[in-house]
Design a protein around this ligand. Structure first.
Ligand SMILES: Cc1ncc(COP(=O)(O)O)c(C=O)c1O
Length: 379
């Protein structure tokens, strides 16, 4: 089997599964319980928080554990909107955000907020000039992703952070779900107030993640109750999830250090294969993150190619997992102005450090076979 759908989700590392099992067995006490089983769990959770904060180079109290990217994005966006609406009701985001950002913004529009969805250029990039022009006295939040989940575009979040610093009244949130472990991002001193990370995109478990909340940033919590996670996320903590998340984050960071050139060479090999083929458009910009390659094969239904490849043991996707059940075109490619035909025929290959060059070569061979077979059937 060749798994090339790592932006949808990744296979958990063995060590992550082991740590989850070990902690679940030995530290099942509720961290809020006063007896020793509870305090042992509480201590382990604090240690996980410390380790996560060290990996991110932020303060321990600035990390809250969540169930993943969707929760992190909703907590950040709705949390800022509801807590600071008396200051203003305007939010800036982009047209190419993940649904967990776009739909959170749409929900806020229904209750009286106004949202600017910044357009993007052909490579999926927002313009800093557009962003600066969109800021008004009413703006309380900018939410821009780091790496796009469909085409891999890296947004200029460092520059946006500098702009955000000049507007101390607004908050800046970054969806770092696709960037973490692949494209480094400095948080402290960056102007970023909130940053979302998801565990299952970095070989952690589904249902794990964290949200960085810069000290002094106040949010209206989505979940009220026992006031766990600095009051921002009530509910008995998932200690095993937090410990396993930190393990996945550390292992992915180590893979970055030793494997970033390898990842780039896999990508380059895939791109040069695609470039040589006729009737294929590469949608991923040259400057994109090293793990996402998006391309269109006009005239072919992407689902048909995906099923044909899956029969040969190769797994890739159309668009992103969150919207790929809808038979329509990619909203991201439409926003990039690449046209309906390309938007309806897009495929995404997404890599991880564990992928091997031989797997890419085999993908290329099988892809050629599939296209030849389908061309014959179509006459
Ligand atoms: C950019 C981006 N943000 C957020 C999410 C949502 O993360 P999760 O699946 O952990 O809820 C995803 C998942 O595909 C994503 O790619």
């Amino acid at each position: 089997m060749i798994y090339l759908d790592n932006s949808a989700t990744t296979k958990p590392y063995d060590a992550v599964l082991q740590s989850f099992q070990k902690v679940s067995e030995s530290y099942y006490g509720n961290p809020s319980s006063v007896h020793s089983l509870g305090t042992d769990s509480e201590r382990l959770l604090s240690k996980a928080r410390q380790q996560a904060s060290r990996l991110l180079d932020v303060r321990t109290e600035e990390v809250i554990f969540t169930s993943g990217g969707t929760e992190g994005n909703n907590t950040a966006i709705k949390g800022i909107a509801l807590a600071h609406q008396n200051r203003g009701k305007h939010i800036i985001t982009s047209q190419v955000e993940h649904p967990s950002v776009i739909e959170a913004c749409r929900a806020l529009e229904k209750i009286g907020f106004s949202v600017t969805y910044l357009p993007v250029d052909e490579s999926g990039m927002i313009s800093i000039e557009h962003l600066e022009a969109a800021i008004t006295k009413e703006t309380i939040l900018i939410s821009i992703m780091h790496v796009n989940n469909e085409i891999g575009t890296i947004q200029p979040v460092e520059k946006i952070g500098e702009i955000a610093k000049k507007h101390p009244k607004l908050f800046f949130h970054v969806d770092h779900v696709q960037g973490y472990g692949k494209v480094p991002l400095k948080l402290s001193g960056s102007g970023i107030d909130l940053c979302t990370i998801s565990g299952h995109k970095v070989h952690g478990l589904k249902g794990t993640g964290l949200l960085y909340i810069k000290e002094g940033t106040h949010l209206f919590p989505l979940l009220h109750g026992g006031e766990q996670e600095m009051v921002y996320r009530s509910g008995t903590e998932n200690v095993a999830g937090a410990v396993s998340l930190v393990k996945a984050m550390r292992m992915t960071t180590e893979s970055y250090a030793t494997g970033k050139d390898h990842l780039k060479s896999l990508r380059n090999s895939m791109i040069s294969f695609l470039q040589k083929k006729e009737n294929i458009y590469i949608n991923t910009p040259e400057t994109a993150a090293p793990h996402i390659i998006n391309f269109s094969v006009p005239g072919f239904k992407p689902e048909v190619i995906i099923h044909a490849l899956a029969e040969k043991g190769i797994f890739i996707s159309t668009k992103s997992a969150c919207s790929s059940k809808k038979p329509d075109e990619s909203a991201i490619l439409i926003a990039c102005g690449l046209g309906k035909e390309r938007a309806e025929s897009a495929l995404r290959v997404s890599l991880t450090y564990q992928n091997k060059l031989e797997e890419i070569q085999l993908f290329c061979t099988r892809f050629n076979e599939v296209i030849d077979q389908l061309s014959e059937v179509m006459g």
